[in-house]
Design a protein around this ligand. Structure first.
Ligand SMILES: Cc1ncc(COP(=O)(O)O)c(C=O)c1O
Length: 368
């Protein structure tokens, strides 16, 4: 067999979990960005009363779901997208992992997938799962992609460029309009993963690649982070009508369907902004508390521009991300993600997710 997978990143944290769990009260796990707060009641009611259990759900998404997505995009970003230019996905991880393979069916002579050098590992994995070539694009200090650094060969061979703003793991923001313009100029589809769009700080506005028009772009949105629905698996993609109609067709053949009751629940979630406002305040307060806790033990952590992660440099004279992650597990009983999970450039950082309830943060503070 020529295809070998390395261990799943978060499975490599078992040693840290064991060390952290020795603290009275157990480990405080801030490694995976999994939401823990309850979703709004209106969503749970829609989930249990849709009557959509019996029949197969439309793979593209129900008319009601696609209309709810279009209405949300217009409200959130002030841009109009036809419901027909939107498709449902079973959470966005499967979409990120499968998109390169599907686009390859459309453009057989190309084989490169471009993605930010420091990023969610599934961009690269999606390329590898399809037997394609993942190529990391360097980032500009402070945020954004150094598009000039992409070689002529990689540009000509690119099936797709991934962008992610706010970024997981760094929280940096990217000029999405600039990326879209680059993609249109060179005929490279730009897929913009916007699953943290609702979480920007310092009064910075959220942006979508769709604001620059739909030509040549796909915006990818998830209900997981916005509405604490990671367990339901719902998301959508919207953009270029040609790309969307191709993907809707191919995904239908592949049997990718968001369950009907989940589509009803996701539609209700998209129609409600109150719970998102409350969630934003919760994440911000957790980020500030976590930064203070880390500073109190001598690890300086700045706040991100967006997202709900702290991206924390390893303080000298400590070695690399594994050293800091090990030290935090033993000193505070906390499990964080070594930055190397997100690319070589992350070797001297750790990522801390603000995803535990307040009583766990009280426990952490008491260990300082
Ligand atoms: C950048 C990014 N994209 C996509 C996802 C996948 O989210 P989901 O599959 O829950 O929609 C995540 C999850 O952590 C993420 O951080």
């Amino acid at each position: 067999m020529s295809f070998e997978l390395e261990p799943y990143p978060y499975d490599r944290l078992d040693g840290l979990r064991e060390m952290a769990s020795k603290h009275p009260g157990g480990a405080v796990d801030l490694s995976i960005g999994t939401p823990v707060d309850p979703p709004p009641q209106v969503v749970l009611s829609a989930l249990s009363s849709s009557g959509a259990e019996r029949s197969y759900p439309p793979s593209a998404g129900t008319a009601a779901f696609r209309e709810a997505c279009a209405a949300w995009v217009e409200r959130r970003f002030g841009t109009v997208v036809e419901p027909g230019w939107i498709g449902a996905c079973v959470g966005t991880k499967e979409y990120v992992a499968s998109l390169p393979g599907f686009l390859k069916l459309r453009e057989e002579d190309k084989g490169t997938v471009l993605f930010p050098a420091l990023s969610y590992p599934t961009y690269s994995m999606g390329a590898r799962l399809a037997g394609l070539r993942p190529v990391a694009v360097p980032e500009i200090p402070g945020g954004g992609l150094d598009l000039e650094a992409i070689s002529l060969h990689d540009r000509n061979d690119a099936l797709l460029l991934w962008v992610n703003s706010p970024s997981n793991p760094t929280g940096a923001l990217t000029d999405l309009a600039r990326c879209a313009e680059w993609g249109r100029e060179y005929g490279v589809p730009v897929a913009s993963d916007e699953c943290y769009a609702d979480y920007t700080w310092d009064a910075l506005p959220a942006h979508s690649v769709l604001e620059s028009g739909t030509g040549g772009v796909l915006a990818v949105h998830s209900l997981s982070k916005r509405s604490n629905l990671a367990g339901l698996r719902a998301g959508f993609y919207a953009g270029d009508p040609n790309l969307v109609s191709f993907l809707v067709e191919v995904r239908k053949h592949a049997g990718l369907m968001v369950p009907g009751p989940v589509q009803a629940a996701a539609s209700a979630a998209l129609g409600d902004e109150g719970h998102v406002r409350r969630q934003r305040a919760i994440y911000h307060s957790r980020l500030v508390r976590l930064a203070n806790i880390l500073t109190a033990v001598g690890v300086e952590a700045g706040l991100p521009l967006g997202g709900f992660y702290l991206w924390v440099p390893v303080p000298p004279p400590m070695g690399d991300c594994w050293d800091l992650a090990g030290w935090l597990a033993s000193r505070l009983g906390v499990v964080v993600s070594p930055g190397i999970f997100y690319g070589e450039g992350g070797k001297y950082h750790v990522r801390v997710a603000a995803v535990v309830p307040e009583d766990r943060l009280d426990l952490l503070a008491s260990r300082v």
